[in-house]
Design a protein around this ligand. Structure first.
Ligand SMILES: [Zn+2]
Length: 178
């Protein structure tokens, strides 16, 4: 398991401080879609004294399975994150004996003390960006229901099915016109 743990204590203890963290992570957990590219971007952490703000823009490319032809294809995904976490305690930057800590009451917490699990946070946002019914392209022809051939790669021998003789004759006339 590849855990990307970011220590934000310096920002948390210093109200007004703003730090940019260049991020490049791969998601290793089973529930994440396979990534063709790592998630890349810049995470900005900013302390307002009582609030820790996190924001940034990220990009990646994921592998998805087409719901029609069942082949895997790559989909570029870009997303922005905006998060605010309350801080409890007096920041050390304001009082010699102070210590502030992030309060993360989410049912899927991404903080442990003042350490942020960046991969968990980014995974939550990425999953929201993925299409519910992915298709490799708008006009994907899918699979032949009879033989299972991928019709994007050409027609199979069972399609088109033999139609009414009148239509067959019509089709023959149409195709022989030129
Ligand atoms: Zn497809």
């Amino acid at each position: 398991m590849n855990v990307y743990r970011l220590d934000l204590n310096d920002v948390v203890q210093h109200p007004g401080r703003r730090v940019e963290y260049p991020i490049e992570v791969r998601l290793e957990r089973e529930e994440a879609p396979p990534l063709a590219e790592p998630i890349r971007g810049v995470l900005v952490a900013e302390s307002g004294g009582r609030i820790l703000r996190l924001y940034g823009r990220f990009e990646t490319t994921v592998w998805l399975e087409c719901g029609r032809c069942l082949s895997y294809f790559q989909l570029p995904v870009a997303f922005e994150i905006h998060e605010e976490f309350p801080l409890v305690g007096t920041p050390a930057g304001l009082s010699a004996y102070g210590y502030a800590e992030v309060e993360d009451r989410d049912s899927f917490p991404v903080f442990e003390g003042n350490h942020l699990y960046v991969d968990d946070l980014l995974r939550q946002y990425l999953l929201l960006e993925l299409p519910i019914a992915p298709v490799c392209k708008e006009d994907c022809k899918g699979l032949c229901p009879t033989c299972g051939q991928n019709l994007n790669e050409g027609a199979c021998s069972c399609a088109p099915k033999a139609g009414h003789p009148a239509f067959e004759a019509l089709a023959r006339a149409w195709y022989s016109e030129d």
